[in-house]
Design a protein around this ligand. Structure first.
Ligand code: BGC
Length: 411
C-alpha cells in the first residue's frame, strides 16, 4: 500500500498487488551427471507450474552427508520444503515430528491404491503420508562394458558367483580393471547386498539384515559372504580409495574396466554418456541373485513448513506422484516408477527388466529392502554394519572377525 499526500488530503493508492512467487527448497544428493539430468525433469515440471526451484545439493551417495546437513537445518528451526530420503530415515524424522501431513492430497490422488505396500511402510507414519516416493531402485545389479567383455572373451554373462569370478579373471588378464569400484562405505555395503543375497538367498538375507538374527549374522554363510568380498577385492584397481561411484561407472563407460556392481542409478550415467543398453553396455543381476530384488526408493519427505509455503509443497508432491512424470523421470534416472499403474513402454531393455523383476519378486516374496540404502535397518544399525564391511574390505578385519563384529553391530 502506498500513501501519498495530495493538497492536504490523504489519498490511499493501492499498489498493484505483487504476489510473491511460489518456491520450494529441495535438499538432495543427486549431483552426478545422470542424477542431475533426472532432477532436471522435476525442476522443469515445477517451473512450468510457476514454482521457483531453490536447489540444495549435498554430494555423497547413500545420503549420509545430506542427512547431516538436514540435521543442522532442522536444529536451526529452518527445514527445507522437501528432502530426498531413504526408508528408515523417513521414519526417524517422522518420529521426531518434523514431517508434515500429505493425507488430503494422497486421498484425492488415491496413493493408497497405486503405491506398492513395500514403499508405503516407509512413506506413511502412524497412518499419515509424510513422503512422496519418486522411484524404486534396486541394488543387486552388475553393469558391464560390452566391448571389453568381447575383447576378454567373456561371451555369456555369468549366472553364479564362481562364474562371475572367472569372468573377472578373464577381463583382468586381458589388461583391464576387472571390477570398477569406489572405496566408500556405502559402496562397499551396496556390493555386500548382492553378495549376501547370492550366498545365502532371500531368507538368509531377511534373517540377517531385517530381523538382525544373531545366528544368521554370526553364521558360516555370513563368513562365506565376507570371503567372497575378499575375492572381489582382488579385481579392484589400486586407486579405488574414496572414488565416487559415478567415476567408477565412468571406468566401465570408457572401457577401462569390465564390470561395476551398483544400483541402477548407474544406468543413468551410461545413458547420460549416450551409451545404448545391449549394444554398448549390459545389465544383469549379481550372479546368483536372479529372481531376487533388493530395493530402495527415493522419497521426498515433506517438512512442516509455514502456511505460505504449503501450496508450493503440495504442488511438488503432486508433481512427483504424477504417472506421466514418473515415467519420464525414471527413464532418465535408471530406476522404475513408484506406482504400479505406469506402463513400461518408454523404458529401455534394462528398465523393462527392472520392472518385470520387481513385479515378480513382489509376488513371489523375494523382494527385500536394501541394507546398504536404508531399507532393512535404521541408520543406527546400518552405520555399524557399514563400518564392519568397509574395514573388512580394506583388510583391517579378517572374515571371522568381521562376522563377530556384525553380531556386535546389530546390538
Ligand atoms: C539413491 C539414488 C542415488 C544413489 C547415488 C542412492 O541412495 O537412492 O537415487 O542415485 O544413492 O547417489
Amino acid at each position: 500500500m502506498k500513501r501519498t499526500i495530495v493538497a492536504g488530503l490523504v489519498s490511499i493508492a493501492l499498489a498493484s498487488p505483487v504476489l510473491a512467487q511460489e518456491s520450494v527448497e529441495v535438499l538432495h544428493w543427486w549431483t552426478s551427471g545422470g542424477e542431475a539430468a533426472a532432477l532436471g525433469v522435476l525442476k522443469k515440471d515445477l517451473e512450468g507450474q510457476g514454482v521457483k526451484w531453490n536447489d540444495m545439493p549435498v554430494a555423497g551417495g547413500g545420503g549420509e552427508a545430506a542427512m547431516t546437513a538436514l540435521r543442522a537445518r532442522v536444529t536451526a528451526g529452518n527445514p527445507p520444503t522437501s528432502v530426498q530420503m531413504l526408508g528408515f530415515d523417513i521414519q526417524d524424522w517422522a518420529k521426531q515430528g518434523a514431517l508434515g501431513d500429505l493425507n488430503a492430497l494422497a486421498q484425492k490422488e488415491n496413493w493408497d491404491k497405486t503405491v506398492p505396500l513395500a514403499l508405503q511402510q516407509f512413506s506413511k507414519y502412524q497412518g499419515k503420508w509424510v513422503a512422496a516416493p519418486v522411484n524404486i531402485h534396486s541394488t543387486n545389479w552388475v553393469w558391464a562394458n560390452k566391448a571389453v567383455l568381447d575383447k576378454a572373451g567373456v561371451t555369456t554373462m555369468p549366472t553364479d558367483f564362481d562364474g562371475f569370478l572367472a569372468a573377472l579373471d578373464k577381463v583382468q588378464k586381458a589388461g583391464f580393471v576387472g571390477l570398477a569400484h569406489g572405496g566408500q562405505a556405502w559402496q562397499e555395503a551396496t556390493v555386500f547386498d548382492g553378495v549376501v543375497l547370492a550366498t545365502g538367498g532371500v531368507d538368509f538375507y531377511r534373517k540377517a539384515f531385517i530381523n538382525k538374527d544373531k545366528a544368521a549374522l554370526g553364521s558360516d554363510t555370513m563368513k562365506k559372504s565376507f570371503d567372497r568380498m575378499a575375492a572381489l577385492r582382488k579385481y579392484v584397481d589400486k586407486d579405488f580409495s574414496n572414488r565416487d561411484w559415478n567415476l567408477a561407472s565412468a571406468m566401465v563407460i570408457e572401457g577401462k574396466a569390465g564390470f561395476q556392481i551398483m544400483g541402477d542409478w548407474a544406468k543413468g550415467e551410461f545413458l547420460n554418456a549416450k551409451k545404448v543398453p545391449g549394444k554398448d553396455f549390459l545389465c544383469f543381476r549379481v550372479p546368483g541373485t536372479q529372481g531376487m530384488v533388493s530395493f530402495n526408493a527415493d522419497q521426498f519427505g515433506m517438512f512442516k513448513v509455514g502456511a505460505g509455503s504449503q501450496a508450493a509443497q503440495t504442488k511438488l508432491a503432486s508433481a512427483i506422484m504424477n504417472p506421466s512424470f514418473q515415467s519420464a523421470f525414471n527413464v532418465v534416472k535408471g530406476s522404475v516408477p513408484a506406482r504400479t499403474d505406469v506402463s513400461d513402454k518408454a523404458f529401455d531393455d534394462c528398465g523393462k527388466k527392472g520392472m518385470k523383476d520387481l513385479a515378480e519378486a513382489n509376488s513371489k516374496g523375494t523382494l527385500v529392502g536394501s541394507m546398504a540404502h536404508g531399507h532393512a535397518v535404521p541408520a543406527s544399525v546400518k552405520n555399524g554394519f557399514y563400518d564392519v564391511i568397509t574395514q573388512h574390505f580394506n583388510g583391517k578385519l579378517d572374515s571371522a572377525a568381521a562376522v563377530k563384529a556384525m553380531v556386535a553391530a546389530a546390538e
